[in-house]
Unconditional design. Sequence first.
Length: 54
Amino acid sequence: MAKPNYQYEKRQKDLAKKKKQEEKRLRKLSKNVTEGGTEPKPDETPPPAEAETK
């Protein structure tokens, strides 16, 4: 009889959880945009361009 592969099951569970969280984040983001909250949140802003020092 084959042994259960618990690592595979855990990985699949984690992937499903991350997918659900990402969908929820996108839903909230689109909700903010449709309500007129076009102002980006601090964690969504791109990092500032680094100035070259010579």
